[in-house]
Design a protein around this ligand. Structure first.
Ligand SMILES: Cc1cc2nc3c(=O)[nH]c(=O)nc-3n(C[C@H](O)[C@H](O)[C@H](O)COP(=O)(O)OP(=O)(O)OC[C@H]3O[C@@H](n4cnc5c(N)ncnc54)[C@H](O)[C@@H]3O)c2cc1C
Length: 494
């Protein structure tokens, strides 16, 4: 969809005092570029408002000076040249599913929104899928289904490819294939100087590796080429238990994680919820070959449950079940951390969840809010699969050297900004309390996953000094003037 903004640009140009107002200078220069005609959106236009409605979290949906919607690599080249020439602050948005204020949209600058650069193509001879960053994973699974292959992508349909894969990407194929970034055979990247490079194991190999986790620090990723997985079947679903089963669910989870075999198709997550209906607990069990009730799940399957949605089918049909309604425009906040794979570490988190969710409810009794705590493993098999494919910059080798670990995610979703003002400080106390209690009990592990992190969690500082060094070296080599450190305002910096 294109929106003509010619009239608005004329008005803008007439009132602009060149050189004095970066807002006008940047948006006017972008609007005047032939290559970008009809692809720059100004506030008040239908297209601009429509894009604001595509953000998952209302916190992230910031009103930019203007938005650029590139439709080709050439458009991105033209955009970056104008941004650097005019020193325009900018943000990067792909699927818009990161949560915090400043994660993808920008208030004082230009949002480069990849939403229209969203196609997928597949080469059956090589088994490589080429995906543009603005695609959503649901569309990628649907596209690949007729070819009998699946992508190593997100566990919900709506998540964007750009942010997910450049930040790592934990998937239903991670035990068998590593993170989504690990199966990337080639990144097409538009660099700060406007040139286009391909980064793979033969060309620009330093950039190829560094981009596997670097998010938006090195350039604009315009195409992602990935290995696919043969077969499209996924078995899985949610199983709910009485709260009194908690310890048994935790024991089944811990045992499952400890016994995870190399390249296993099986994965398990435990999810703890609070909303207006109260607390609840579920497991999310999956087998990425479509095999039902695999023996690895015996511990879970022996427990009595209150309901179960597990089923088998093409990943394109099963993933929407995990997506659920995922409403857009609520006030979402995500936090994460790591602990040992032990009963005590899990219990600490659940006990604190009960304490703090109750405090949140008492502080904002009329709010419609929910919390979700996800407990999911990082296993040796995941990390071995990363290393086998050339490695990434997440620094997980150190983390799993004594065995699998627990990655926890706390997600808070609130109905209104006013209620968020009351509840968010309590959620932050909750997260601090988890880290403090895990440290006291000797379970805390120094690692933070970028794709789940809150704005002050500084994920790169947890990835180890060799990886930080690589990121800095690659950043200096491919972005001499530090455009993606200085002008880019969104996401995490090195
Ligand atoms: C409902 C839901 C389910 C999720 N499920 C999973 C899951 O299964 N596994 C998992 O690991 N994570 C999951 N996440 C987290 C998800 O990986 C991150 O939120 C991710 O950032 C989303 O990607 P996006 O393109 O939508 O992000 P955006 O918010 O659009 O972008 C986030 C950041 O990514 C970078 N970026 C985006 N596009 C580009 C580009 N073209 N070039 C360079 N940098 C770019 C930018 O720095 C940007 O600031 C989920 C999130 C939600 C809301």
């Amino acid at each position: 969809m294109k929106f003509s903004a010619a009239a608005s640009f004329a008005t803008l140009a007439a009132t602009a005092i060149a050189g004095q107002d970066p807002h006008r200078v940047c948006c006017e220069a972008l609007g005047a570029e032939k290559q970008l005609r009809g692809k720059v959106l100004l506030p008040g236009s239908v297209g601009y408002d429509a894009q604001l409605n595509t953000y998952y979290s209302a916190n992230a949906a910031l009103h930019a000076w203007c938005m650029v919607m590139p439709e080709s690599t050439k458009d991105v080249q033209a955009t970056v040249k104008i941004l650097t020439k005019n020193q325009c602050p900018f943000g990067i948005k792909a699927g818009g599913h990161s949560a915090f204020k400043g994660s993808s949209g920008i208030a004082k600058g230009v949002t480069v929104d990849f939403g229209h650069l969203n196609s997928t193509s597949y080469n059956p001879d090589t088994g490589i899928v080429s995906i543009q960053p603005g695609a959503r994973w649901g569309s990628v699974y649907e596209f690949l289904n007729p070819y009998g292959v699946a992508a190593v992508g997100a566990r919900t349909s709506v998540v964007g490819v750009g942010g997910f894969t450049t930040g790592g990407g934990y998937t239903f194929h991670s035990n068998s294939h590593g993170f989504s970034c690990d199966v990337v055979t080639n990144w097409e990247i538009v660099l700060a100087d406007g040139s286009v490079v391909n980064a793979n194991s033969n060309n620009n190999a330093d950039l190829w590796k560094a981009q596997k986790g670097a998010s938006g620090n090195l350039g604009f990723v315009t195409r992602i080429d990935q290995e696919t997985v043969k077969g499209t079947l996924l078995w899985g679903g949610f199983t709910s238990y009485e709260l009194s089963e908690r310890d048994n669910v935790f024991v089944a989870y811990l045992d499952f994680v400890e016994k995870t075999e190399e390249n296993s198709p099986d994965q398990a997550i435990v999810a703890l919820y609070y909303d207006f209906t109260g607390f609840s607990i579920r497991s999310i069990l999956t087998n990425n070959m479509g095999v039902a009730n695999a023996p690895a799940f015996d511990g879970f399957l022996a427990l009595s449950n209150t309901s179960s949605t597990v089923t088998s089918g093409p990943i394109s049909e099963i993933i929407p079940q995990f997506t659920g309604p995922t409403p857009l425009g609520l006030y979402a906040n995500w936090f994460t951390g790591m602990a040992t794979n032990t009963l005590e570490a899990l219990t600490i988190i659940d006990d604190l969840h009960h304490k703090y969710a109750t405090m949140m409810q008492a502080a904002a009794p009329n709010s419609n809010f929910s919390t979700l705590v996800e407990l999911q493993p990082v296993t040796n098999s995941m990390v071995d699969n990363s290393v086998k494919r050339g490695g990434n910059i997440l620094g997980l080798e150190r983390v799993v050297k004594d065995g699998p670990v627990l990655m926890w995610l706390v997600s808070l979703t609130v109905d209104t900004e006013e209620n968020q003002k009351v509840i968010l400080p309590i959620a932050r106390e909750f997260v601090d309390a988890i880290n403090k209690a895990e440290k006291k009990a000797g379970h805390w592990i120094d690692w933070v996953y970028l794709n789940y992190a809150w704005k002050d969690e500084k994920p790169f500082s947890h990835y180890g000094k060799d990886n930080i060094k690589l990121l800095h070296t690659v950043s200096k080599k491919y972005d001499h003037n530090g455009v993606f450190q200085k002008l880019r305002q969104t996401g995490f910096k090195l």
